[in-house]
Design a protein around this ligand. Structure first.
Ligand code: AMO
Length: 425
């Protein structure tokens, strides 16, 4: 029966084993052949000595192209030189799938193939241990997020992906053909999670969203996944506290569950501190113009001042926040709002705040933003039948993975990125 490579390191000397995986590396030292076999749990050395191994096995080890899939039956040997201290002496090798001799990208540990070429062959790029480490960690992030909020009594919701009008001002929409109506791909679960919070109180979701922004940056995708919460009877400070707690939990889970992956990526983590500053305090601290958004340079500066800290910037100007964010004192003329952003390691990871749950105020704020309340009728109506104060936020899953692991480009944190120029694979 097949064993995973990780389990082999617990086996006794001379124990018979069978392993399957990909040919990771090969070396020919005259009378010895080394082959490194890889599966999802690790790598192990297969060592064949000319006078102790069948001719046919030696031949297969000579000819088999890198990344081919094989299974090896043999016995475990202790070895000081082998990675992990154990190796296998092969008695039988079976070839499951031959790879083509010439690989279109370099998949070795020190691969220098540029990102865009790697993404053209992402399916092969995913053979690399470094890349696998990123997505194993991303799986921990999403699982920790879900676990944390389920334990707190949140319900997981599945919002629609096809919507009839914009939910985030400022970003563009992808139109879709929807029978006789015009429809769009969802930019956010925003309006739906609010409706759920106003009935079922505590909602969470991990869901894809689409943004038709034309710019091409290292921190934006046109399709990304968002991890959102929304809760009733909460203002911006209550939901920021929820964010602080979950980010700390996610980081501690990654530190605990992904030691090997962090080693492979050479990333050292610390559970972050939290700092709460108002927008006005940040304007003074960074000497920026009041009413301006933070630039990437400002975010980096903030990280220098508060390293390993989630920096919450609360009470933003209404003009810089979407229409659904509550203005201070429920006053449509208020300059400041109950909206916030959270920065970590020099980049925005999340934004959110308290929402408007008063239909008349919502209509006024929509108009102030140049939007037509008629297009939001059912959303506005949802607050006419018993809607409490509520708030929430969203963390971008790929953005958070990028930030946590210090990746230069968000595309590294997305399995199959969709951007202006990329729809394949
Ligand atoms: P916002 O648009 O700020 O807010 O998005 C929240 C978080 O989602 C991630 N994100 C993105 N990641 C990659 N590519 C993109 N194009 C992209 N756009 C956003 C970021 C960002 O901080 N509905 C509100 C949230 C709320 O108020 O609950 C919203 O979507 O990490």
């Amino acid at each position: 029966m097949r064993s995973y490579i990780k389990e082999l390191f617990k086996k006794k000397e001379s124990e018979k084993v069978e392993v399957s995986g990909w040919v990771h590396e090969k070396r020919d030292l005259g009378k010895i052949r080394f082959l490194i076999l890889r599966d999802i749990t690790g790598i192990i050395q297969i060592t064949a000595l000319k006078d102790k191994t069948k001719e046919e096995i030696f031949e297969i080890m000579d000819k088999i192209p890198l990344e081919s899939v094989i299974s090896v039956k043999g016995s475990v040997k202790e070895s000081k030189q082998a990675p992990g201290g154990k190796e296998i002496f092969p008695e039988k090798i079976h070839t499951f799938a031959l790879s083509e001799e010439r690989l279109p990208i370099d998949v070795s540990e020190f691969s220098k193939t540029e990102l865009s070429k790697r993404l053209d062959y992402r399916f092969l790029d995913l053979h690399r241990r470094k890349i696998q480490a990123i997505f194993k960690i991303q799986s921990t992030i999403a699982t920790a997020f879900r676990e944390h909020f389920i334990k707190k009594g949140f319900i997981e919701i599945q919002p629609p992906s096809i919507i009839s009008s914009a939910s985030e001002g400022g970003t563009e929409l992808f139109p879709v053909k929807y029978f006789e109506k015009s429809a769009y791909l969802a930019q956010s679960p925003q309006l739906y999670k609010q409706m759920v919070a106003c009935s079922m109180e505590k909602a969470m979701t991990i869901t894809p969203v689409w943004r038709a922004e034309k710019h091409n940056t290292v921190r934006h995708l046109n399709e990304c996944r968002q991890m959102d919460i929304e809760m009733a009877f909460a203002g911006q400070f209550e939901v920021m506290k929820q964010l602080e707690e979950v980010v700390k939990y996610i980081v501690s889970e990654v530190m605990d569950k992904n030691k090997e992956e962090l080693d492979i990526l050479k990333v050292k983590l610390k559970v972050p501190e939290a700092k709460y500053l108002s927008y006005e305090e940040v304007v003074k601290l960074l000497k920026i113009k009041y009413g301006e958004d933070l630039s990437p340079e400002h975010e980096k500066l903030l990280n220098k001042k508060f390293p390993d800290t989630i920096v919450f910037i609360h009470s933003w100007p209404t003009s810089l926040k979407p229409f659904y964010i509550m203005p201070k004192n429920q006053d449509p003329e208020a300059e400041l709002s109950e909206g916030f952003d959270a920065d970590y390691k020099g980049m925005e990871i999340s934004s959110g705040g308290q929402r408007i749950h008063i239909p008349e105020l919502l209509e006024k704020m929509l108009k102030k933003k140049g939007l037509n309340p008629k297009n939001f009728k059912s959303y506005i109506d949802s607050f006419r039948f018993g809607a409490p104060k509520h708030g929430g936020w969203s963390i971008g899953l790929e953005r958070f993975t990028q930030v946590l692991l210090g990746l230069n480009n968000i595309r590294e944190a997305c399995l199959f990125p969709r951007d202006r120029n990329r729809l394949i694979p």
